[in-house]
Design a protein around this ligand. Structure first.
Ligand code: CTP
Length: 403
């Protein structure tokens, strides 16, 4: 089940470090590629040579032991399909929760956008410490999976909760996470992102504040879940999948139409301008004598509504609801969120609508977090609580891929 999967294991300084040797061997036996980062303290409990022999790879310890042009904390994060931190000490948990990056392990964790599984092990009083518990909750809220320690006899002589959970539990959690990450394998997912740019003349345009971050998070998550991703965007992000860079609503519509027939999912996360100037000026418009000027705007096509119509035209049975592509719209509202969203899903005819409240400054436009309501055309409503956009993205994809 783990054939050719890339598992990155971070080992911190705790007596349970020796148990990870068995785990590395089990992963290798299942066909996985394993790389190990050990904190300098971890090497007090288990040797570099042991980890190196078992993983059949170099063991990474020092942050600035640079061997190639790409810094280790980036190349290891890129290489891995997921990251396991086990045993995770209270110290490392605290640093990762606070975004500190003072050694290779914490730097990689900080740069890691895929799944992280954390298996803590520590003295029971440390485990019960309020700060440790808050740090774990913070990590969990951001998408990390915590495998709680077990009760029992601890190496420090205490009886209580703090022993590393069983190796079987860790192995199963990893297997599940890696398989789950392939739920969109064989599926083509087309995602639009960013605010469209409607040019007025060679130096001026109108646009909006959309950062494209939600669309990017969706595209990355879909890619991590095994999908073939086509990312139609007005923002030039560096991505490892097909990117179609566009400016205007008309460009975006052409690009989306081109992908339509082969797409399994089309997700319109872009903030498309409703209007464009009626006449683009080939030359730079000059300042004139009058104190005011008037620009005339014409309506842009509603890309989402037209894609939905095209889909319906493909099917004789108009009630067919599981047919491809599944079309998902976004709905940015500054008031009456649910009411407007319900009206919008009915009007546009999409399979799902993701609604968010742009009157709030802590979510949505331009920031890293979001909180959304997912509406389905069958009338189901699901609220996704405030979380980083990558977590919201995963949940949206899970939701739309289970119909
Ligand atoms: N959309 C689109 N083409 C447009 C306008 C919007 O495809 N010309 C898509 C957006 O990508 C989004 C959804 O429609 O997925 C809803 O966008 P939104 O701006 O909330 O709705 P509008 O239809 O523009 O309605 P209004 O601005 O009046 O709320």
């Amino acid at each position: 089940m783990l054939q050719n999967k890339h598992i990155l294991i971070g080992i911190t300084g705790g007596i349970a470090a020796y148990k990870i040797c068995t785990l590395i061997r089990d992963f290798k036996k299942s066909g996985a590629e394993v790389k190990v980062i050990a904190t300098p303290n971890a090497l007090n409990f288990v040797t570099k040579l042991t980890l190196q022999n078992l993983s059949q790879n170099e063991v990474y310890i020092e942050e600035f032991d640079v061997k190639n042009w790409k810094p280790e904390h980036i190349s290891l994060a890129d290489w891995a399909d997921m990251m396991l931190i086990a045993p995770a000490s209270a110290n490392t948990i605290g640093k990762i929760a606070q975004g500190l990056a003072d050694n290779l392990l914490t730097s990689v964790a900080c740069a890691f956008s895929k799944k992280i599984i954390i298996a803590p092990a520590m003295n029971c009083n440390m485990w019960n410490n309020e700060t440790v518990q808050e740090n774990l909750k913070t990590l969990q809220r951001r998408g990390a999976e915590i495998l709680e320690p077990e009760n029992g006899f601890l190496a420090c002589g205490y009886m209580g909760k703090g022993r590393l959970c069983s190796l079987d539990k860790i192995y199963n959690a990893i297997e599940e996470a890696l398989n789950y990450s392939q739920t969109l394998k064989g599926q083509k997912v087309v995602i639009t992102a960013g605010g469209t740019i409607e040019e007025i003349d060679p130096v001026r345009y109108i646009s909006n504040y959309s950062s494209g971050k939600m669309g990017l998070a969706l595209a990355k998550s879909a890619y991590d879940m095994g999908a073939e991703v086509v990312f139609i965007t007005t923002k030039d992000f560096d991505v490892p999948f097909k990117k179609v860079l566009v400016k205007s609503a008309l460009d975006m519509q052409n690009a989306a139409n081109e992908e339509f027939e082969t797409a399994n999912y089309i997700i319109m996360a872009a903030a498309v301008a409703d209007y464009r100037v009626k006449e683009y000026s080939q030359q730079k418009m000059k300042k004139c004598e009058q104190d005011s000027i008037t620009l005339e705007f014409v309506k842009n096509p509603d890309i989402l509504a037209e894609l939905c119509k095209r889909k319906m035209d493909c099917y004789e049975d108009k009630s067919a609801c599981n047919c491809k592509p599944v079309i998902v719209g976004f709905c940015a509202e500054s008031e009456n969120l649910l009411e407007n969203a319900k009206a919008k899903i009915a009007k546009k005819g999409c399979d799902f609508l993701i609604a968010n409240d742009i009157s709030r400054k802590d979510i949505g436009f331009g920031v890293n977090d979001n909180e959304v309501i997912v509406l389905s055309k069958n009338g189901d409503i699901l609220k996704l609580d405030k979380a980083p956009k990558n977590i919201i993205a995963r949940k949206i994809l899970e939701c739309i891929s289970t119909i």
